[in-house]
Ligand binder design. Structure first.
Ligand code: AMP
Ligand code: FES
Ligand code: ZN
Length: 311
């Protein structure tokens, strides 16, 4: 097996691209895929500061490294979710990565800063853990980006993640979610722009990138996610991909080129007419945003603002 670019012996093959690469050319390939995603979808404006949400896993640490190597002004954000040993470990990986490179890492801790953790929040709100967790992360990411003056928030969602989410949304014809499923979610009042620069790279490519770039990352998956629906969609897509390499990318990029536009209106309707949460100011269709409602239930305490109003 020879490297497609330089003809030296290859260390990895990517069936989807019908190509193999040596170590250096593979890193170049990963950089190019991220550069293309950013250019094709106009993810970042010149001079803009990027906040990268890092979980300590391969995707987000790989993303942070690639963005910096491409010359972007990118800092990290780690959110402590209070999921026992898993959170302790993932936080250590994120901190060690940042400290070794001298790159700024912002931290927000759900238990320390908001008084509850994901397991408690999920039980109190009778939500699946990943749902309470996803809601909390989205809220904290957005708030941290806006409060600290970052124009854009980047997450490590990769091709496998996005294809699996798309499959789930198509199976249930979730038109609002389909309208929002895009590598760029534009900024709006109260919302920072959200981007997914890894959409052109698969999970296996990120794992290989981290190994070749000497990035130490947490290999364990979140214990609360075991058996969730999303993992089932990933397995189904892997079975198909095994037989027909390239199907995953064709599914996702075909949707982005030819399907997404038809659902965009559904998502825009949902974003119109949002007011501000009276506790935290986040955009919400109601009086209190979903995160503040979760917080009230999980802590069993009225929020400071609500307490003031009580007779
Ligand atoms: P997940 O929702 O676990 O699939 O993670 C998707 C992306 O969200 C990751 O690639 C990270 O960019 C980000 N992320 C997940 N967990 C955290 C965390 N605890 N702190 C900061 N960012 C996170
Ligand atoms: Fe959110 Fe596991 S990381 S439930
Ligand atoms: Zn709120």
């Amino acid at each position: 097996m020879k490297c497609r670019r330089c003809r030296e012996p290859a260390v990895i093959d990517i069936r989807r691209h019908n190509a193999a690469f040596c170590r250096d050319c593979f890193r170049h390939h990963c950089h190019e895929q991220v550069r293309r995603a950013i250019d094709d979808f106009d993810m970042v404006e010149p001079g803009e500061r990027i906040l990268v949400a890092v979980s300590g896993g391969k995707d987000s640490l790989g993303l942070w490294q690639i963005l910096r190597e491409l010359g972007y002004d990118a800092d990290g954000l780690y959110v402590g979710l209070g999921i026992g040993d898993y959170s302790d470990m993932s936080g250590s990986y994120a901190r060690e990565f940042a400290a070794a490179r001298g790159w700024p890492l912002l931290e927000v801790d759900l238990p320390g800063d908001f008084g509850f953790d994901v397991p408690t929040g999920s039980k109190a709100a009778r939500r699946a853990p990943c749902s309470a967790c996803g809601l909390s992360k989205r809220h904290v990411f957005n708030e941290a980006a806006i409060a600290n003056g970052y124009g854009v928030l980047a997450t490590g969602h990769n091709l496998d993640d996005e294809a699996a989410v798309l499959l789930g949304n198509v199976l249930r014809w979730e038109t609002g979610y389909l309208g929002r499923q895009h590598p760029v979610l534009p900024a709006a009042r109260g919302f920072a722009r959200k981007v997914k620069p890894l959409v052109r790279l698969g999970e296996r490519e990120l794992a290989a990138y981290c190994v070749l770039a000497d990035i130490d990352y947490i290999v364990e998956e979140c214990p609360m996610a075991a058996g969730n629906r999303h993992l089932g969609y990933k397995e189904a897509l892997n079975t198909i991909e095994e037989r027909s390499p390239g199907t995953k990318a064709a599914f996702l990029f075909g949707f982005l080129e030819r399907g997404h536009e038809r659902f965009r209106g559904d998502a825009e309707d949902e974003r119109a007419d949002l007011g501000a949460c009276r506790e935290c100011g986040a955009p919400t269709p109601g009086d209190l945003c979903a995160f503040c409602r979760l917080r009230v239930r999980a802590t069993g305490q009225p929020l400071p603002f609500l307490a003031e109003e009580a007779p």
